[in-house]
Design a protein around this ligand. Sequence first.
Ligand code: FAD
Ligand code: DLZ
Ligand code: SF4
Length: 507
Amino acid sequence: MKKIRLILGDQLSHSISSLEGCDKLNDIILICEVIEEASYVKHHKKKIAFLFSAMRHFANELTELGYTVSYVKLDDELNTGSFLGEIKRLIADEPCGQVVVTQPGEYRLLKDIRSWESELGVAIEVRADNRFLSTPEEFSSWASERKQIRMEYFYRNVRRDYGILMEGKEPVGGKWNYDGDNRKSPNASLSIPPPYHSNIDSITEDVIKLVSERFSDHFGDILPFQFAVTRNQALEALKQFIEHRLYYFGDYQDAMLEGEPWMYHSHLSFYLNCGLLLPMECVRAAEQAYYDGYAPLNSVEGFIRQIVGWREYVRGVYWHKMPGYKAENFFDAKRKLPEFYWTAKTKMNCLSQCVTETKENAYAHHIQRLMVLGNFALLTGIAPDEVNEWFLTVYADAYEWVELPNVSGMVLFADGGYLASKPYASGGSYINKMSDYCKSCQYSVSKKNGEKACPFNYLYWSFLAKNREKLSSNHRLRMMYTVFDRMPDNKKAEIEHDSNTFLGSLK
Ligand code: FAD
Ligand code: DLZ
Ligand code: SF4
């Protein structure tokens, strides 16, 4: 019986489960650019161009390997604009008995897919996504046994299960986590290597033209375009990271410098999340660099923790808590997203830098997302729906399974502390310590109150004061509430006044 093997835009792995057992003579692989997926949020132009180019290259690779591929381009005349429409169209030409698909990365699409069987009158087989190191079921059973879940314990289990950086039953070096060594402030003398840069071929050129025409009203710059769009290119990007950046990854993991969007990060999330790279090959490459003496343990362990710890953990949380997770709003935050998240027009230099780089690159590194863009959203009480939509729109690595837990769980604490043990809230001093942004800011980070004071400074205290009922029992915040309580009343009044004035002016 002929089968359709539907491969989604973020499933571009030759080993993807939907291809297992594929009968090259009989089965048809369907890959389609559909407007429904390209516009359910107004994705950054570079994200769409990246995915379409990677999809087209992947389809060509499969054809060369002897598979029958039906590839639908966005501007094909008969393109119906949806997966369901495209499957119907294919079945009308090529009757088939089953559609096989790997579980998508977003709940909304899984729900949709589950409704196709009755629509199509054809069996749908949804297979587990075999690109992760743990399954949603394993995560749920681990999480259900615990009152409180924490990434660190989940991460240790994955290290043990896969024998990653282990010496028998003990972690290499005697410690599981070297995060304490990974907080070096940046300095202008750092010589940061240039990031991976692909050459634009005719496929990418076509896609850039298409996206520029069809999505001109979407956020972001399409050029310069430098992402890898094939597996071989992504492997080259991985190699370059291991050779040139991994050494300092740990030391400068939290550091931010004006005009240096890439720092010592790997910039591999785009490729991991769309399937061009697999997590284990990145982990083993880093581990090998440590054993070969090319990279220190704090960097290697830190990088590996992001992939086998945080990445797997947030995915587990997503599937364990959906669909309810999306609606959670612990602080009852209601504010609209300020306009500067799109324009970068704000006097706050850190925010302006991070939005500008996001617009240019469809990328910002973790600390920019968490401690600048996210911290501001948390302290000013922006509604989780608005923040989630922005983060899902602007980054080329964004899919709901990874974006939502990071935003609602890690940044906004909208789940009341399910994912993280305390809100990642901070005043300006953290940003000043970890970046050079404050030097050229119109606000003064050392001023705590008044017109010139860094807004993060008073917003931090006002956030704690406003949410006292919900947060004061959190033992990790106890010291901060003690500091606040010792402040004289006139200081507290100033904080409230400055916060209200600032929030009142926010558009
Ligand atoms: P590196 O710093 O080099 O880290 C290596 C890899 O570890 C990354 O490629 C990524 O696969 C993984 N990783 C690191 N941190 C996380 C994390 N917290 N969650 C999941 N994986 C992680 N990551 C996404 O892939 N997609 C998103 O949509 C996304 N949204 C985020 C939103 C917010 C508010 C925050 C705070 C974080 C978000 N992250 C997201 C996590 C992280 O910021 C990115 O994975 C990272 O910046 C990607 O850049 P990199 O490849 O250079 O990462
Ligand atoms: C993000 C995206 C975009 C922009 N376009 C497509 C597309 O045209 N066709 C496709 O198969 N996938 C696309 N994707 C990725 C999907 O949105 C992704 O598979 C789901 O969000 C599930 O993670
Ligand atoms: Fe950001 Fe405050 Fe520093 Fe300005 S002074 S860059 S607003 S942290």
